[in-house]
Design a protein around this ligand. Structure first.
Ligand code: HEM
Length: 537
């Protein structure tokens, strides 16, 4: 019904129905039968074989045997927290999203911070981008802002994502190296994909070794859309900023912590919340009128570009506070399922070809992770507002439908569930006009891969530059294939020749001034490269 309201505690209250508190309770089987002894299996004689009829033993063992599900194919290692989001003022001028319409509305959220490359058991402090995913349980349904702590991405088109992930994950023959980009296959791919250069600069910078999840920025990365009640649309970029500022480790600390306390970031988040030092993040937006879509020297649909704040300043719109740790890691942090396509009225996607591919990938992978379309019904993923539709059965259906009618239209269902008339707030996709020939291609407007990488380099202080150069020494220094190092240096040379020379000096290679960038997938060594190789050997 349209009168549904949320408050800060709505999700907590909903989860309460599913929580178990075994205090002062007898231990039982899953069927509720009391257990009188759990330390020995049922045997034929005290030294005899275990009996198949021991239902308690079988049940206990079966549970352990089935305790794991596939980890996320990326972002496998993460930490979650509950909290709320509150806007500073009504954003109704820009979006009809109700959770942004009124400063008195506190919307419950669940946030999951993550690393990208490593497996579930990998160390927290590795050099990597960090995921920053927020699920808003709004009165109009779940809205997911599935972002990262770096404002741009490696690739422009989702079709390259499987290649990117294969190149950065451990190599398929040896399953090495773990959780690190410091290997031939990643740099081979990256050096052949100049569009990755901008994000590589961020990944080599101190941004990729955050001191704490509480001290990390977050970005929606893509350009999205806000649409107001009158149907007027604007482009929007999202930014999260920690109120205690962004802080990083230095590489030496990060490496030592990786050994001494691989849970460094997870522990910090958990303990801060337990101690009442609640992490806070301010949400800001950059808004661009549709008429201004082409006024920039980059394409708003290109996820390897940010909108410089000098061109479009940030508008702070609200604050998120994380004030409660999950009760159960698996039930909440592991089972939470984010999806950039979980949108509410007033927010829509754009034609960014990276975002468009994400819209397919998340549910697809979650069907693999949960083996059922019913993962939306597990407690952490349930909307707090009512859910009614005719979606059917399947593994682990949790809700119990009523009656014989599960199709639309019908005349036998007593009008339940109803269809919302368009005026009653149903989701309507933004009516963008789209026309064109089907073509497997990339827009010319996506072709500048270096200007913003240079902008980033120039924005750094000298100590930050030094850290970045040293990170490149570490990463590229582990690359065994000299041609790969050279090719990456060629890309860095386009960012800034002095930067490339400083990197080269640490890995035993010289960068000729007249270096040509090799940007095709079919890399052929040019004369400059051959010359460098000779020098290196
Ligand atoms: C997780 C795909 C780009 C942020 C994932 C997962 C997949 C995926 C398959 C695992 C989801 C799960 O098992 O629940 C893709 C594809 C991309 C892409 C195909 C590009 C074509 C991005 C970008 C961002 C991002 C650009 C940031 C803006 C995240 C985050 C998670 C994630 C934060 C972890 C969510 C969680 O904590 O559960 N992605 N991704 N991804 N992705 Fe992406």
């Amino acid at each position: 019904k349209t009168d549904f309201k949320v408050n800060e505690d709505s999700k907590n209250q909903q989860l309460e129905q599913f929580r178990e508190d075994p205090k002062d309770q007898f231990m039982t089987t899953d069927q509720g039968v009391r257990i009188n002894h759990t330390d020995d299996s049922l045997k034929a004689g005290s030294r005899g074989p275990t009996l198949l009829e021991d239902f308690h033993f079988r049940e206990k063992m079966t549970h352990l045997d089935h305790e794991s599900i596939p980890e996320r194919v990326v972002h496998a290692r993460g930490s979650g927290a509950h909290g709320y989001f509150q806007p500073y003022e009504s954003m109704a001028e820009f979006t009809k999203a109700k959770f942004l319409s009124n400063p008195s509305i506190k919307t419950p959220v669940f946030v999951r911070f993550s690393t990208v490359v490593g497996s579930r058991g990998s160390a927290d402090t590795v050099r990597d981008a960090r995921g920053f995913a927020v699920k808003f349980y709004t009165e109009e349904g779940n809205y997911d802002l599935v972002g990262n702590n770096i404002p741009v991405f490696f690739i422009q088109d989702a079709i390259k994502f499987p290649d990117l992930v294969h190149s950065i994950k451990p190599e398929p023959d040896s399953e090495m190296p773990q959780a690190s980009a410091a290997h031939d296959t990643f740099w081979d791919f990256a050096s052949l994909m100049p569009e990755s250069t901008h994000m590589l600069m961020w990944v080599l910078s101190d941004r990729a070794i955050p001191r704490s999840f509480r001290m990390m920025e977050g970005f929606g990365v893509h350009t999205f859309r806000f649409i107001n009640e009158a149907g007027k649309a604007r482009f929007v970029k999202f930014h999260w900023r920690p109120t205690i500022g962004a802080h990083s480790l230095v590489w030496d600390e990060a490496q030592k912590l990786g050994g001494k306390d691989p849970d460094w970031l997870r522990r910090d988040l958990w303990e801060a919340i337990e101690m009442g030092n609640y992490p806070e993040f301010e949400l800001s937006v950059q808004l661009v009128d549709e008429e201004d879509e082409f006024k920039f020297d980059f394409d708003l649909l290109d996820a390897t570009k940010l909108i410089p704040e000098e061109l479009v300043p940030l508008k702070p719109i609200g604050r998120m506070v994380l004030n409660r740790n999950p009760n159960n890691f698996f039930a909440e942090t592991e089972q939470v399922a984010f999806h950039p396509g979980n949108l509410v009225p007033g927010i829509d996607v754009t034609n960014d070809p990276l975002l468009q591919g994400r819209l397919f990938s998340y549910v697809d992978t979650q069907l693999n992770r949960f083996n059922s379309a019913n993962f939306t019904e597990v407690p952490i993923n349930r909307p707090v507002c009512p859910v009614h539709n005719h979606n059917g059965a399947g593994f682990m259906k949790m809700t119990i439908g009523k009656g014989k009618v599960n199709y639309w239209p019908n005349s036998l269902g007593n009008g339940c569930p109803m269809m919302a008339p368009e005026s009653a707030g149903g989701y309507v996709h933004h009516q963008e006009k789209v026309e064109g020939h089907k073509i497997r291609a990339r827009s010319e407007s996506f072709s500048d891969h270096y200007s913003q990488a240079t902008l980033f380099w120039n924005s750094l202080t000298e100590p930050e530059k030094k850290h970045l150069v040293e990170a490149a020494h570490f990463e590229l220094g582990k690359v065994e294939t000299i041609a790969v190092r050279e090719r990456q240096l060629a890309n860095f040379y386009k960012v800034d020749p002095e930067f490339a020379r400083r990197v080269a000096a640490g890995i035993g290679i010289e960068v000729p001034k007249d270096l040509e960038v090799i940007s095709t997938g079919n890399y052929e060594e040019n004369d400059a490269s051959k010359q460098m190789k000779k020098g290196a050997s």
